[in-house]
Design a protein around this ligand. Structure first.
Ligand SMILES: Cc1cc2nc3c(=O)[nH]c(=O)nc-3n(C[C@H](O)[C@H](O)[C@H](O)COP(=O)(O)O)c2cc1C
Length: 258
């Protein structure tokens, strides 16, 4: 364990309280984020666990305002991409590793397989979640932006991403200019099982319970205008295939060919 890291009970409670107070922020103050805060967030991202120490991700900080505007538009007019204090794009990155092996005299097609694609995508996500938690610890708000995959080819070109690098998602951060309610989550009985996966009958009633929770949540937040359940939302999100360009884009970048 790193010297000086205090993991006393009080400290643990603080961390779990912090984790459980998360909510995405989509409106930011025009207040710059100090350089040392940005650096601390990146250092936290870097200390996330990484499969076999491969560190198969890169982070692009988009500081160019015109690029932020362009990405906001491509992400489906998500204006907070343009307005946030800092916009990061988390990329799965096997390019650096291919060069490392090549310098060692090893030419291999192993990077084209599905397993390293998964490794790199997971590594990027773990680093991103550490960054989000660190940002929140500094009083910043964050929101992930999967919307950048709407136009993944354009985003990739804009950021000059080489083969074996793809943008998994973006992340806005900045000082919050809103105080939204937290979004409830599924009952724990619907996501945690011991020793084996249960039949859906064991899960169904918990999903129904959650449907009611979310219905009330939206009713309250929209003065009764919105009454959809979580299941309704999932139909909207997953009922039709989305971003069907993903497979061919990823393969064009050398991922998942095998
Ligand atoms: C990978 C990923 C992509 C996301 N993409 C977007 C996005 O493009 N736009 C957005 O407003 N929120 C996005 N979100 C935020 C989710 O909508 C949000 O986390 C979820 O609704 C739960 O709300 P909460 O974060 O406030 O608890 C994304 C979250 C994740 C993890």
């Amino acid at each position: 364990m790193t010297e000086g890291v205090d993991l006393t009970m009080t400290h643990q409670v603080d961390i779990t309280k912090h984790l459980q107070s998360h909510r995405s922020i989509r409106k930011f103050k025009q207040q710059p984020i100090p350089a040392d805060v940005k650096e601390d967030i990146l250092s936290s991202a870097q200390m996330a666990s990484t499969s076999s120490h491969v560190q198969a991700y890169s982070i692009i900080g988009v500081t160019d305002q015109e690029k932020k505007r362009q990405i906001a538009e491509w992400a489906g007019q998500q204006s907070y991409v343009e307005q946030c204090g800092h916009f990061l794009v988390f990329c799965a990155d096997l390019n650096r590793l291919e060069h490392v092996l090549s310098k060692q005299g090893v030419e291999t097609d192993s990077f084209n397989h599905t397993e390293p694609f998964l490794v790199a995508s997971v590594d990027a996500a773990l680093a991103a979640q550490n960054a989000a938690i660190a940002a929140e610890a500094h009083g910043l708000g964050t929101v992930y932006i999967g919307g950048i995959r709407n136009e993944i080819q354009k985003v990739s070109d804009l950021l000059n991403l080489p083969d074996l690098v793809y943008p998994v998602f973006g992340m806005c951060m900045g000082y919050p200019d809103q105080d939204p309610a937290q979004k409830p989550r599924l009952p724990q009985e619907a996501i945690y099982f011991e020793n084996e996966y249960p039949t859906y009958e064991h899960i169904e009633s918990h999903v129904e319970e959650f449907d009611n929770v979310m219905k009330h949540y939206y009713e309250e937040r929209t003065q009764g205008k919105r009454t959809d359940t979580w299941s309704d939302m999932m139909v909207k999100t997953l009922g039709e295939p989305r971003r069907t360009h993903m497979k061919s884009f990823l393969q064009s970048k050398g991922f998942m060919l095998k």
